[in-house]
Design a protein around this ligand. Sequence first.
Ligand code: PEP
Ligand code: MG
Length: 576
Amino acid sequence: MFKLKGIAAASGICIGPAYKVGKEELLIPKDAIREQEIPLQIQLFEEALIKTRREIIELQKRISSEMGQEEAQIFDAHLLVLEDRMLIEEVISRLKKEQVNVAFIFSEVLKKYVNVFARIEDEYLKERISDINDVGRRILRHLLGAERKSLSDLKERVIVVAHDLSPSDTAAMHKQNVAAFVTDIGGKTSHTAIMAKSLEIPAVVGLEEATGRIKPGDMLIVDGNTGTVIVSPDEETLNSYRQEEVKLKGIGERFLAVKDLPATTIDGKLTEIWANIEFPDEVSSVKLHGAAGIGLYRTEFFYMNRKDLPQEDEHYEAYKYVAEQMNPYPVTIRTIDLGGDKFLSQFQIPREMQPFLGWRAIRFCLARPDIFKVQLRAILRASVHGNLKLMYPMISGVEELRQAKQVLDEAKNELRSKGVPFNNDIQVGAMIEVPSAAMTADILAQEADFFSIGTNDLIQYSLAVDRVNEKVAYLYEPSHPAVLRLIKGVIDFAHNANIKVGMCGEMAGEPGFALILLGLGLDAFSMPPQVIPEIKYIIRSVTFKQAHAIAMEAMKLSTGKEVEEFSQLKLREIIK
Ligand code: PEP
Ligand code: MG
């Protein structure tokens, strides 16, 4: 038995067997194919070889001009792998014989080659292993772009152990047999961690050596509350975790008792408690946990794990469903926020050095009004079926808000000219998640109907801490005085302009910060559905006056640690 310590990403305890996935393995499903599909699979393989060849020649040219010919020659060996008839023929003959998808066959043949080379006592040939692996990965990437499906054939409930999982990998776990997951890298507010919460499975990220030390089939205890993973636990440890599960359930029941009551403080201040969702079918969980609306519907997952772009009617059906199910409660649809750690294969977005500072969210949408307007028209059409609002992600200044509203007006005119009904007064909000927006929130408040503070990004941008990097996770502090000052400023600016301000970053669902945020005057808290009962319980246990005093005291402290300790202490005093 041994313990690994990482970052608690999604709460809960899970006991089960490890299912290890390699860096790329996750993306390689084994799918049976029919005989008539064989030619198409061969074509996919040939196209992947051609694309890889083109890619390597490009790379070679660049290296040659930037670094010299000699360095560029390294890639000759890579090109030779691509021309290896034996490898190509083996893939094609196995494909015909075994009748499973070509990506799977290719990865098997590749593994065999690597093993053969590894056994050869010749240094030169041994070195070719990395060439083969490198080229192999490139080919696989192309193949998987064409036939991507993940983790769809798990027969039993397992704990996925991976070096890293992308948000789209995690999205693909939706409704699959994944009971929990643990990864070597990643931070608390990476979209991979956020997805784990909406899947309602425990997750620990940033373990650094999980894939190095856990073997397939090892029994694991994943403690998503403390960020601990116990490998091959003894009987005693297993029993104590089983007891812990029961205890947690008991506390949970206390919270669940208030879940359908309003989030009103003892002295009568009413706050809104809303839910964050990624998929329309989460509305049942939203209702079950007592949310009075949806404060953040992340729509970009619509675009993931598929080859084509979602059509207007597809968007419309999803939004209509959520609007009708939640009516009369509000549903806030956030327009697509791709880029950052959420990449979509079909747009062929070039990899950027700093994706979180790059072509992301509203920047992408304003540059591609064709794609943006499809979504806006669908939201507008669905707005007659319930209480829909929309908001834009990553607004950095008022000009972007104006431009986005201009595109919305165009979408409205297009519908109007066709006589399609929509709610002309649909509320339009701005997410406040870039420090420049927080600092100019007084200007933005003149032109937005509401604000929603996105602390996941606001923290990473204001503290200069990559939200997905476990190495700097210790600096990622929601309680940092700089973050508190920004939040307070946004709330005050919003209230001066008479608009409401909510928060939809993970901080809104952290019990430790509820009293401070309440005391600062936040109007709405939006969070993963499962944490709603606990936050409601906390809000219902204090007076606003008490919370305000706690917030003002916290604002005087000098470090994030001090704020955190102080707020935990106050929470323990109130929730005994
Ligand atoms: C945020 O940044 O806080 C937010 C809610 O948006 P996302 O996590 O999707 O970037
Ligand atoms: Mg964000």
